[in-house]
Design a protein around this ligand. Structure first.
Ligand code: SF4
Length: 282
């Protein structure tokens, strides 16, 4: 069996740094808790717990873990950092640099008097980090185009648009156009991160290779970008979406000669390597 790995796959730079920082802390003998899933991947969550950094969903719980809290690459609102400090927690901040830059961009735009239009999902952790501490009158999160058209823009003289980092810019182009049509003084902050798109483009190259019989996509069940990879592959090739090598259905690959492999942005390298090793034994 020939195995072809996509040119871009797996962890993005931000998640790679977050993973590294926790491992460095563990190697120093520190323990702590991670505030919300560090990434949407069960293997990574279990591995972090094994290293002494289980996931918690409230800051108070971190007191039982050497009073140390890890903020994930998604970032948190300033009030969450302040609350952690008031509880006496030491923080390991793994917020992605791109996300930190967006926090700064938002603060500056509001200081300049702009109304903030955030294009993304209001309940996504990254977006909650941006909005949790803001005056609701100064911003709005839009996901569906109808939300943009139904909104009353009449009293808004100036708008700043920022994007959730992982959204697909093409899908939101009509939103930008509608906002601009209603408020001519609209500026755009280019805040989309192309890590997810790079994984998708590299997978498309595999899908267009006629010699490849099927695609294996590796990633967590809750990972939206992994599911998106599987959706792209399914349109062109027989596709197997698996979490780990143990889930690989060897019998279903019978008779196939060449397999393409990709992985979601939250899939660790060791899961990818284990699947490749298993495929190569066939
Ligand atoms: S997807 Fe982009 S913005 Fe999000 S953590 Fe990764 S590198 Fe940072």
């Amino acid at each position: 069996m020939d195995v072809v790995l996509a040119e871009k796959y797996g962890f993005c730079a931000g998640v790679r740094v977050a993973d590294k920082l926790v491992r460095i802390a563990a190697a120093r003998g520190q323990k702590g808790a991670i505030f919300g899933q560090v990434v949407h991947n069960e293997s990574v969550e279990n591995e972090m717990a094994r290293l002494g950094f289980p996931t918690v969903h409230d800051l108070e719980s971190a007191k039982a873990h050497e009073a140390r809290i890890v903020f994930s690459a998604h970032g948190v609102a300033p009030s969450v950092r302040a609350e952690a400090a008031s509880l006496g927690l030491a923080a390991i901040d793994t917020t992605c640099k791109f996300v930190t830059d967006i926090h700064k961009e938002i603060a500056q735009s509001l200081a300049e008097g702009a109304f903030l239009a955030i294009l993304g999902q209001a309940d996504h952790r990254e977006v909650v980090g941006y909005t949790k501490d803001l005056d609701p009158a100064r911003y709005r999160v839009f996901y569906r185009l109808e939300e943009v058209t139904a909104f009353d823009w009449s009293d808004i003289p100036r708008v700043k648009i920022v994007f959730q980092t992982t959204i697909n810019s093409e899908s939101f182009a009509p939103h930008v156009e509608e906002i601009r049509r209603r408020v001519p003084d609209t500026r755009i902050a280019d805040t989309i991160c192309y890590a997810t798109k790079e994984n998708q483009d590299a997978l498309r190259v595999l899908c267009d290779d006629p010699a490849i019989d099927a695609i294996v996509v590796i990633g967590g069940k809750n990972s939206k970008n992994t599911k998106e990879l599987a959706r792209i592959a399914q349109a062109k090739k027989p596709t197997f979406l698996i979490g780990t090598a143990a889930e690989l259905d060897v019998a279903a690959l019978h008779g196939m000669k060449k397999i393409g492999v990709s992985a979601g942005a939250s899939t660790p390298d060791y899961d990818v390597e284990a699947v490749i090793a298993k495929l190569e034994t066939l």
